[in-house]
Design a protein around this ligand. Structure first.
Ligand SMILES: Cc1ncc(COP(=O)(O)O)c(C=O)c1O
Length: 457
């Protein structure tokens, strides 16, 4: 790597970072050569040493409209200089949060028209769980307190959200988990082996929910939480009939369906929201990330008209004692409104469908490479699963160092993204160009054999 004056300067910053910062998923040995990001423009990120990379994951699946949009900066500046913050606790409200809730009622599922705002994904998960329990208590079913989620599901890592998250690596050093959470297998078309001549794999995978509800006792289960397309667990697109059966099961056993649309919301999949692909509606939906394209932290939940009806027709003595200081923050809501303007005015949802189809099609060409086991995705979200053996679908042994080689080979060629269980996750900004998509695919095509060679060297 070139020794530039900025590189020397970067070294000083890294020393200070190592001295004073703890990062998400942190271990200092993984952090000796962090990139110091200093600039973003469209789908590109530039580090302090002057190197430019394609932002293959839109930050953390959130920078939908791309980096460097002045409209959002101006919306924040205008709102901050007028009214940066005011409490939105009951009895207070503000113009931007009213406007945003109103806008969301038009954009989200027809039956979802009432919203509660948070600062991000995990707070939204907590809010969904608490709202579900609250609802069942109001409905005279106080024993309905349990939640079922899926292995490979990701819902954040606060205590309750982390207990719903189905990735054991996040649990190990923080056990015990919160009680009343259990997991079923994911639909995962590449690896799910259920189903027979009478039952499709999608229905078989959904039936696991029925079995889990019966095992727990339907009178004790409050909700089932699922991402329409699993993201952080390795980009898993369910079979087309999976969610229809899930909806049926939830209805049959009085279990609330909570759609975690934190990644799939606001156009990522080529539709405004992920469950639109499957023709069903949730009882509670949660969102974050793309609502502001990550420019400021904001999340929230939306509840169905049925839930709202129960919540609003309760005596004041059992009011909704759930709250965050930043719920309904005027500035974050102003930025969300400006972001939704950009998405709408520039037709980015339609663009995600169109350019996303190109992305998916180009990625299919990667099957030419020996170790590419599965390529999957929808719109502007995709996963390329690399395996040691295509026949057996066996993964590279963790001790082989393959994952680290793969990350380095991608980065050296100019693609910055995340790898989960050797699945290269791809979710670039919705404004990514065709030429940049070609570049992403070319980089993966070259990086995978190079990583395999480095592993065997
Ligand atoms: C589907 C989903 N839900 C929840 C979260 C948690 O969001 P946060 O990191 O803002 O707490 C994430 C984060 O990646 C997510 O992908």
């Amino acid at each position: 790597m070139l020794e530039t004056p900025q590189a020397a300067h970067a070294a000083e910053y890294i020393q200070d970072d190592l001295a004073h910062l703890m990062h998400p998923l942190y271990h200092p040995t993984d952090h000796q050569h962090p990139r110091i990001w200093v600039k973003g423009e469209g789908a590109l990120l530039t580090d302090m040493e002057g190197y430019t990379f394609i932002d293959g994951l839109s930050g953390l699946w959130n920078v939908h409209i791309g980096h460097g949009r002045r409209e959002l900066a101006e919306a924040a500046m205008h709102q901050m200089s007028t009214l940066a913050y005011a409490s939105a606790y009951t009895g207070s409200t503000n113009l931007r949060t009213i406007e945003l809730a109103n806008r969301l009622s038009q954009l989200t599922y027809p039956s979802i028209n009432t919203f509660f705002f948070t600062s991000g994904g995990a707070e939204s998960t907590e809010s969904s769980f608490k709202t579900a329990r609250y609802y069942w208590k109001l409905r005279g079913k106080p024993d309905k307190v349990k939640f079922i989620s899926r292995i490979h599901g990701y819902h954040g890592v606060t205590m309750a959200a982390g207990s719903a998250t189905g990735i054991a690596g996040y649990w190990a050093m923080f056990e015990p988990r919160v009680p009343h959470f259990s997991h079923i297998e994911s639909p995962y078309p590449y690896r799910f082996t259920g189903g027979d001549e009478h039952t499709s794999p999608g229905v078989a995978a959904a039936n696991l929910l029925e079995a889990a509800i019966l095992h727990e006792g339907a009178d004790t289960v409050a909700g089932f939480i699922a991402e329409p397309i699993q993201g952080a667990g390795g980009v898993i697109v369910p079979q087309p009939d999976y969610f229809t059966r899930i909806r049926e099961i939830c209805d049959q056993y009085d279990v609330l369906l909570i759609a975690d649309e934190v990644i799939t919301g606001f156009g990522r999949t080529g539709r405004w929201f992920g469950l639109e692909h499957f023709g069903i509606e949730p009882d509670i939906m949660q969102f974050a990330k793309g609502i502001t394209s990550g420019y400021v932290p904001l999340g929230g939940i939306g509840v169905s008209d049925t839930i709202r009806e129960t919540l609003y027709n309760t005596p004041a003595s059992s009011k909704y004692m759930h709250a965050y200081t930043y719920s309904g923050h005027p500035t974050t809501c102003a930025v969300a409104l400006a972001n939704l303007d950009v998405i709408t005015q520039e037709g980015l949802v339609e663009r995600a469908a169109e350019v996303g189809a190109y992305l998916q099609q180009q990625l299919q060409s990667l099957y030419e490479i020996e170790h590419v086991g599965d390529v999957r995705g929808i719109g502007m979200i995709a996963g390329v699963e690399i395996v040691a053996n295509r026949e057996t679908k066996a993964q590279f042994a963790p001790a082989s160092g393959f994952t680290k080689h793969l990350a380095r080979e991608l980065l050296e060629r100019g693609l910055f993204t995340r790898i989960v269980r050797d699945i290269i996750c791809i979710a670039p900004p919705l404004v990514t160009t065709h030429a940049q998509i070609d570049q992403i695919v070319a980089i993966i095509r070259a990086a995978v054999p190079a990583a395999v060679a480095a592993t065997h060297a």
